[in-house]
Design a protein around this ligand. Structure first.
Ligand SMILES: CC(C)(COP(=O)(O)OP(=O)(O)OC[C@H]1O[C@@H](n2cnc3c(N)ncnc32)[C@H](O)[C@@H]1OP(=O)(O)O)[C@@H](O)C(=O)NCCC(=O)NCCS
Length: 155
């Protein structure tokens, strides 16, 4: 298995995994996420691809894409509340469900850390939905710590 930056030819396979994540989000938070995988969602991979501030990493094994991550350079200028912030956000992250628990996500995080260090990013950030306990277990095992929470109450 190798982790590398995506080629344009990989994007269709990346979309198969993006669909898996969308289905998971629809099942876990149906009042928020739209079911199915619309053409707009499918095409959005091309917007990411064309953005110089975003990168798509893929894990390839047995000749196919088994995992992917979307990385996004975020720069927030200083404001009255906060200092300037500059970090690499992991916007999307998934390993093919048939390939879980084989260390692929761990290898992707290693790759992302090396990429971040090589590009002068000193902080990784990501957000996730609270229902997704498996992702939380993975991210904590990988060394991420929660630094902020979103809370809600239904009326
Ligand atoms: C979360 C996810 C990326 C983990 O990928 P993976 O390749 O299976 O993870 P790894 O094999 O590298 O796991 C490394 C360690 O993380 C922890 N871990 C991973 N998945 C876990 C799970 N389902 N339950 C508990 N711990 C888990 C374990 O400590 C594991 O080590 P072990 O297998 O030796 O016990 C994968 O489950 C996934 O793609 N889920 C669906 C998409 C998703 O939720 N993406 C995140 C959206 S924000």
């Amino acid at each position: 298995m190798i982790v590398r930056m995506a080629e344009k030819e990989d994007l269709e396979q990346v979309n198969l995994l993006r669909r898996q994540v969308n289905d998971l989000h629809v099942a876990g938070k149906p009042e928020v996420f739209k079911p199915g995988f619309s053409d707009e969602l499918r095409q959005y991979i091309n917007v990411i691809w064309a953005d110089p501030e975003q990168w798509i990493a893929v894990a390839e094994a047995d000749g196919a894409v088994r995992g992917f991550a979307v990385l996004h350079h975020i720069h927030r200028p200083e404001n009255p509340f906060m200092y300037e912030r500059d970090f690499l956000d992991i916007d999307e992250f998934c390993v093919d469900e048939a390939w879980h628990r084989q260390g692929i996500a761990t290898a992707m995080i290693d790759f992302i850390r090396e990429f971040a260090a090589a590009h002068g990013f000193h902080r990784l950030e990501l957000n996730m939905w609270e229902f997704n306990r498996e992702a939380l277990a993975f991210y904590e095992a990988a060394g991420f710590a929660t630094f902020r929470r979103y809370m809600e109450m239904f009326i």
